[in-house]
Ligand binder design. Structure first.
Ligand SMILES: [Fe+2]
Ligand SMILES: [Fe+2]
Length: 190
């Protein structure tokens, strides 16, 4: 049992929930609900950027020292994180201008969002199947202690927002899931 990896796995489960919500928006008969889509983009532009990816990058750096052959199999995760952020920012910009003009090219929106869902799922699967097991096998207790100390933010606050970003983002995630339930006409969350 490793609390850092457990946290990352729990966050992947959250990410997958949001990807499923986004996927349902693509299939919605009367078009996507852009409030939900924007909230999902906001989520992916905040928490993963300030905590999830930096923590994975720290673990990845340590794995590079301990087991370079594992890194060769996994590929460049740090690059994938940077790509994901750039993609999200571009998508957020496209959403804003689409809303401003009142015109949303549904095919473009669908293609872009579907590509993101696919990439995210492949990235998460790679981390779950290769990266986390390799790190758990190769890193020492001392490595994990160092990583915990260097990880950005902790229970006392986030370096980016200087506040309880986990709480705020948990609320945002909850709100997205609630809207999704409402959209589907069977609200179960409170
Ligand atoms: Fe990642
Ligand atoms: Fe991840």
């Amino acid at each position: 049992m490793n609390r850092l990896i457990d946290t990352l796995r729990g966050e992947h489960a959250n990410h997958e929930n949001l990807l499923r919500v986004l996927e349902r928006q693509l299939d919605a008969e009367d078009g996507p609900d852009f409030d939900i889509v924007e909230a999902i983009v906001e989520y992916f532009l905040t928490y993963p950027v300030v905590r999830h990816h930096p923590l994975e990058n720290l673990i990845f750096d340590r794995l590079r020292m301990r087991d370079p052959s594992a890194i060769a199999k996994i590929g460049d995760l740090e690059h994938e994180h940077a790509d994901e952020q750039a993609w999200m920012r571009a998508f957020a910009g496209a959403l804003t201008s689409a809303k401003g003009s009142g015109v949303v090219r549904r095919d473009v929106f669908t293609e872009t969002a579907a590509a993101f869902i696919q990439l995210q799922r492949a990235h998460i699967a790679k981390e779950e199947d290769w990266f986390f097991p390799a790190a758990l096998a190769a890193l020492t207790e001392r490595d994990w202690r160092d990583i915990k100390r260097q990880a950005p933010g902790d229970e006392t606050g986030d370096p980016f927002f200087g506040g309880d970003v986990v709480g705020r983002l948990a609320l945002l995630r909850r709100q997205i899931l609630r809207w999704d339930e409402e959209d589907r006409g069977h609200l179960t969350l409170q």
